[in-house]
Ligand binder design. Structure first.
Ligand SMILES: [Zn+2]
Ligand SMILES: [Zn+2]
Length: 409
């Protein structure tokens, strides 16, 4: 299937995808409340004759069976918005007070609708099957975990997802290996015995002990890890005490750790637990440590990354042709970034990448305020670009994955 011949078919969806994005942007819904968004997706899939099923409460999965034999590819778009009051002057700014699409999931959903329409039109020539996963609750609640639990990936061979990225239009961040962090919640409870401030020896000061615990936790990195081991430990909440003249008997602390390496994550968990339990004991108190597993790191499968990167190196010019995104075709190599520095953000696509070989790409949609900012905005001319990219990469991944498997036989 020649990509040049696909461009006119893809471009027919251009205005339509912009329309979906505006409609979704104007009507943002929080995690696991994506009722209207799902309804729009269902209505569109039905109009195009694509069968679908409900998935993970408010999500759904559509399925396109290609006319040629091949593997099964899952394409994932997340649909939820954030509890943020929008402060843009867009004519289609959020109509829901306090809720905003500030992470670009409106673009992801609209794009996947465009991709669905195109792939369905050319399905006779498609070498394999495509599952279109419209996922709820990426931001809060781990919809990705529920998607994997539902079994929808059990017969999937590979998965692909895009995320908008605050970067020049057209840039693609395409790296192998762990590309987002494991993000886990922790909580600490330090218990002592209350006493009057004039008689500290009669009590066990939980606040004093907490200061010793925190001091040890914060200095762990310097002495008990290698300088290359990357993680952040950020404690965001602390509660305790009732009066200025009473030494508190209980301090509660909540925070997050983010790490890139499963070994570092495990070591960190064990060392923190030890510190939180043993230091209070020295002073006659007690410490409890809770580690709540959050999103796993997104892992880009090296062979999928290579297939996609090689394909993009050879085809970038035709993919961006006539898109007017200000991309200089002389310097296409500058648009394919495969060595970006590690960032410790997290994404629940990590659940997918634990289950099947996966590829997650960041797509530059213009510079401006960062995601989760109340003025976050994308250049919507990038939607056509995203659709061209996802359609072409889907076909390439299906085709190449099939060829590799045929060779193995
Ligand atoms: Zn987000
Ligand atoms: Zn996001």
């Amino acid at each position: 299937m020649d990509f040049e011949k696909l461009i006119p078919i893809i471009d027919q969806t251009r205005e339509e995808v912009i329309g979906y994005r505006r409609q979704i942007h104007e009507n943002p819904e929080l995690s696991f409340e994506e009722v209207e968004t799902s309804a729009l997706v269902k209505e569109r899939l039905e109009a195009w004759g694509i069968p679908w099923k409900s998935l993970a409460k408010t999500g759904l999965v559509g399925e396109i069976q290609g006319g040629l034999p091949g593997p099964t590819l899952a394409l994932r778009a997340d649909m939820d918005a954030l509890p943020i009051q929008e402060e843009t002057d867009l004519p289609f700014a959020s109509k829901n007070p306090g809720v905003m699409h500030a992470c670009g999931h409106d673009a992801h959903t609209a794009n996947l609708l465009g991709v669905a329409k195109v792939l369905n039109q050319i399905k006779d020539q498609l070498p394999g099957r495509v599952k279109l996963i419209f996922q709820p609750a990426e931001e809060a609640g781990g919809g990705g975990r529920d998607v994997v639990k539902s079994g929808v990936l059990d017969d999937v061979d590979l998965a692909l997802a895009f995320h908008v990225w605050v970067a020049p239009e057209g840039q693609i961040r395409i790296q192998e290996g762990n590309i987002t962090a494991y993000s886990d919640a922790i909580s600490l409870d330090i218990y002592g015995k209350a006493s009057h401030s004039s008689r500290p020896k009669e009590g066990v000061d939980a606040l004093f002990i907490s200061s010793k615990v925190l001091d040890n936790l914060y200095s762990l990195k310097d002495r008990l890890f290698n300088p290359q081991d990357q993680y952040t430990l950020s404690l965001g909440k602390i509660h305790g005490g009732q009066a200025i003249n009473i030494l508190p008997d209980h301090i509660h602390i909540d925070g997050m750790i983010r790490s890139m390496d499963p070994k570092v994550r495990q070591d960190l968990k064990e060392m923190m637990e030890k510190i939180v339990q043993e230091i209070p004991r020295l002073y006659g108190g007690r410490g409890d440590f809770v580690f709540k597993e959050g999103y796993p790191s997104v892992y880009n499968d090296p062979s999928l990354q290579k297939i996609a990167l090689d394909y993009l190196k050879n085809n970038y010019k035709s993919i961006v042709k006539d898109l007017n995104l200000g991309i200089n075709p002389m310097y296409t190599q500058d648009y394919l970034i495969d060595n970006h520095r590690v960032e410790l953000g997290s994404e629940d696509f990590g659940f997918y990448s634990q289950k099947v070989p996966s590829l997650f790409l960041w797509i530059g949609t213009g510079l401006g305020p960062q995601a989760h900012n109340n003025q976050f905005m994308i250049n919507e001319d990038c939607l056509a670009y995203m659709t061209r990219l996802m359609v072409s990469l889907s076909i390439e991944l299906l085709k190449t994955h099939k060829e590799e498997r045929d060779e193995e036989k």
